[in-house]
Design a protein around this ligand. Structure first.
Ligand code: SF4
Length: 869
């Protein structure tokens, strides 16, 4: 039994893994971990299904050929050395990831900033919370999250801004849900253009116009001040800049938010009244060309009221990734240095002396989007990507792919063989995956936890820090990278955090600088600061003590700004992108889980019914989403949870699992001018119906090399792959081509059935089945799946299969843990199970991880509404 942490979101839940001795493990929640206290969401609970070595990169490769580690490392080191010698240090770059452990992150940052002499290292956390970092620094003088998770439970008012907490940080949502159940008088306000599942526990939903957050919080600031809610003493003693902020706030137009005046009044009233107020914000705030101003507009309201750093109150930025905070600590953003230091002369000098660096980087490097622009223009000639998939996740993703393919030296360290980025890079270095990694991560409340290995390293895969250190050694920096293990790196990181600190920097874990190997192995979760001789953790700023030179916080005068690219007659819709409940990032891990594939098996474009009917679109159609940057083809899903004029698409699908479902190909590369964070929540697009002549479904035991067709998406089934298809060529020709492709990898005689069914049945067992028709058949997968689970088919089974499959209509999956379908839940409601508890007792839905509870609630609510109508 090994205690470790979940590799997905920034909640940072503790996990207990029990290896089964055959390469797998049983996964359970850690009851003692302070982040989750025994809870896990659907993604965390399904981690045991993601451990197989299928799709792993297990050996170094150069230009597609397997090579030894010696050859690969020599080639990387020689390549970087040659580029630097010829073009200077700014011609090389690293692009790293919030999936790296802190020790890996530390090693990469030290090599490039301390020894290669450039700060051209950025992290995919730039896409997630760079605006919060910049907003914190403007307000506090440091990148500090002032509060703790328990503040949500202690608050009287919780304001969630741009956060679908129920899907993106589910365990924190469950904690909030439980607190509200225990104290129903607690108010929850959701501020989000979409009515997400998070709204199921909201007392008030403000569906503001996308991008109008600054106007709303400016209006709130002005009104709080007018009502005399200002914490006068706190403001006088610990802040500066209120007058300018108020002037900007008063000039803002609240009506631009497009909200009912009564709802705004309720929000202001609740905020004015509730001393214990927490405002949590996430990507809906950060991923904007005005993200930093949005963050500061929120923080302004907490500074004005002095509601910061005390139990149950404060602004709270929640990170998307498991170790985004660790990356901030080691300085893996291109505009920061290690240990929460910057590029001020004294910081560069201090870090240089600590590292005994021969040539520190002296100025900030390029941020993610501009870094890949520089690769594209040839200014950067060698790039090393670690544990991330920018070809799928960066905006204008097609340009990133082209840039990498044209780059002189493209290197990727990865655990997964099949990603869009691995395909585009010349040198591929096999890294360890979650279950094999050793180190620490930091969650959104500054909690540092150990991630411990519980499976052996496969093939010749190695830890990321080791790969970096080996390249550093070959470049002549052996002494500075002579670590014997991760504990050595952690001690060095902790020592640097305390080096010449004296309370001038918030990040200090110096109390752990002398930890021995055994102590590191059994290190229990702790929150920073952990200064020598002082208690760990706690909150910041209750009594001021900010990190600007005068120790005062700054109010920031923020004026509302429209998104950089406005919708036009040609592209009138605003595309928002984000996450689905059961998938994570680019699906390299969650895509391996059968139970996580049931909830949303395809990439969807969500549209308001008014916008759909204006375009002749219906549920299940295939639509093309086009922007000035690119296109995607997705399945249409109509919902009135969006404002008319808005559209939403998930960011998970890639070229590995879909024909054209990678939405970032269409997303605009505009960034916030301060943080450099891309505007992933707004791209002007047009959406049009693609006239499909046929729709189809394939279930096959082995992958099928599909012919060129307009739309396909692949999902994992139990012992098979499911392909959902649609095409523009004549149905007969498509049928022939698909049958040939299926038989190529799933050999056996082809049998034609009725109602568009065809199947490969070999030795009495179903190897693959196809159903094609002129209309989208949403239930086809459910009808044929039972036959894939059978051994030899009886004559009767075979007849049922070839006549269209099982008649059962499951209606899509709602509960991933127990595979409970929407149809089963609806039937249970029909039979009188009209509460969450009753539904759980009858169907088991919602009784394990709880991730589906908001959707169960929505079904119950819909039922009540239809009964009342
Ligand atoms: Fe993992 Fe879910 Fe916890 Fe996030 S909330 S850390 S995804 S178990």
């Amino acid at each position: 039994m090994v205690r470790t942490t979940c590799p997905y979101c920034g909640v940072g839940c503790g996990i207990v893994a029990t290896p089964d001795g055959h390469g797998g493990a049983e996964i359970a929640a850690d009851k003692d971990h302070p982040a989750n206290r025994g809870r896990l969401c659907s993604k965390g609970a399904a981690l045991g299904e993601t451990l197989s070595l299928e799709d792993r990169l297990l050996h170094p490769e150069i230009d597609g050929r397997r090579v030894s580690w010696e050859t690969a490392l020599d080639t990387v080191a020689d390549g970087f050395r040659d580029v630097i010698a010829e073009h200077g240090p700014d011609a090389v770059a690293f692009y790293v990831s919030g999936q790296l452990l802190t020790e890996d992150y530390y090693a990469a940052n030290k090599l490039i900033k301390g020894f290669l002499g450039t700060a051209n290292i950025d992290t995919n956390s730039r896409l997630c919370m760079a605006s919060s970092v910049a907003g914190h620094k403007r307000a506090f003088g440091s990148d500090t999250v002032p509060g703790l998770y328990e503040d949500f439970e202690l608050a009287d008012l919780v304001v969630l801004v741009g956060s679908n907490l129920a899907w993106c940080h589910p365990v924190l949502f469950q904690r909030l849900e439980a607190a509200k159940r225990a104290r129903p008088e607690m108010n929850v306000v959701v501020i989000d253009p979409r009515r997400t599942d998070t709204c199921e526990i909201a007392d008030l939903h403000l569906a503001l116009r996308p991008g109008s957050d600054v106007a709303l919080f400016n209006g709130l600031l002005a009104e709080l001040h007018r009502r005399g809610v200002t914490a006068t003493k706190y403001v006088e003693q610990h802040t500066a800049g209120l007058d300018e902020a108020l002037m900007a706030a008063r000039a803002s137009d609240l009506e631009s938010c497009g909200l009912p005046a009564a709802d705004v009044a309720t929000f202001v009233e609740w905020f004015a009244r509730a001393e214990k107020t927490v405002t949590l914000y996430s990507q809906g705030v950060n991923q904007s060309s005005a993200g930093v101003d949005k963050v500061n507009a929120i923080i302004n309201c907490h500074l004005l009221t002095g509601r910061i750093g005390r139990p149950g109150m404060g602004p709270f930025s929640i990170t998307g990734q498991p170790n985004a905070m660790g990356g901030r600590e080691v300085g893996a953003l291109s505009n920061t240095l290690a240990a929460h230091m910057d590029f001020a002369l004294e910081d560069v000098d201090r870090v240089g002396r600590f590292w005994q660096s021969p040539g520190m980087a002296k100025r900030p490097g390029l941020k993610a989007v501009e870094l890949f622009d520089a690769v594209k223009s040839g200014r950067i000639k060698a790039v090393w990507i670690m544990a991330t998939n920018p070809v799928a996740s960066l905006p204008d993703a097609g340009a990133v792919r082209a840039a990498l393919q044209a780059c002189e030296l493209s290197v990727v360290s990865e655990a997964v063989r099949a990603t869009d980025t691995v395909d585009a890079c010349r040198i591929r270095l096999p890294a360890l995956a979650w279950a094999e990694k050793n180190g620490t991560v930091t969650n959104s409340e500054r909690g540092i936890s150990r991630q411990r290995p519980f499976l052996p390293a496969p093939g010749v895969a190695r830890p990321d820090w080791w790969i970096v250190a080996e390249v550093a050694r070959r470049l002549g920096f052996s002494e500075a990278f002579a670590w014997n293990g991760v504990a050595d790196i952690f001690r060095e990181h902790a020592a640097l955090s305390a080096f010449e600190n004296d309370g001038r920097r918030d990040f200090d874990i110096g109390a752990h600088a002398g930890i021995d190997d055994a102590g590191y192995d059994k290190l229990a979760p702790f929150a920073w600061p952990a200064r020598v001789g002082m208690a760990n953790g706690g909150r910041f700023f209750a009594d001021g003590g900010f990190y600007h030179g005068d120790r005062r916080a700054r109010f920031i005068a923020a004026s509302p700004r429209a998104p950089m690219h406005a919708p036009s007659a040609e592209r009138p819709l605003s595309l928002n992108t984000g996450r689905f409940r059961d998938q994570w990032h680019t699906m390299t891990r969650t895509g391996k889980s059968v139970r996580l594939a049931g909830h949303r098996p395809e990439p969807l474009i969500e549209l308001h019914p008014d916008d759909a009917s204006a375009r002749g679109l219906g549920n299940g159609d295939i639509a093309e989403v086009t922007s000035a940057w690119g296109r995607a083809a997705l399945r249409v899903h109509l919902t009135d949870s969006l404002r008319a004029g808005d559209a939403f698409a998930p960011m998970h699908w890639t070229a590995q699992v879909s024909r054209a479902g990678a939405i970032n190909a269409a997303v605009n590369p505009a960034v916030d001018p301060i943080s450099g964070q891309p505007e992933l929540k707004h791209t002007p697009v047009e959406i049009r119906r693609l006239d499909m002549r046929w729709h189809g479904t394939i279930l096959a035991r082995r992958p099928v090399m599909l012919p060129e067709i307009t739309y396909w998406a692949r999902a994992k089934g139990a012992g098979y792959y499911a392909y959902l298809l649609a095409g523009e060529q004549p149905l007969g020709a498509a049928r022939q081509a698909l049958a040939a492709a299926m038989c190529a990898t799933n050999p056996g005689p082809w049998l034609n059935g009725e109602q568009g069914v065809g199947a490969v049945i070999s030795d009495g067992r179903l190897e693959a089945v196809l159903v094609l028709g002129t209309a989208h058949d949403e239930r086809a997968r459910d009808r044929f799946a039972p036959f894939m689970a059978m051994g030899r088919l009886s004559v009767e089974d075979r007849n049922v299969l070839l006549h269209g499959g099982d008649a059962a209509d499951r209606g899509g999956e709602i509960c991933a843990c127990f595979g409970v379908s929407t149809a089963a839940v609806t039937a249970a409601i029909g039979k009188g199970a009209t509460s969450l508890a009753a539904l759980g007792a009858v169907t088991r839905a919602g009784t394990n991880c709880g991730s589906c509870r908001p959707e169960l609630r929505a079904l119950l609510r819909a039922l009540r509404q239809s009964e009342a109508a």
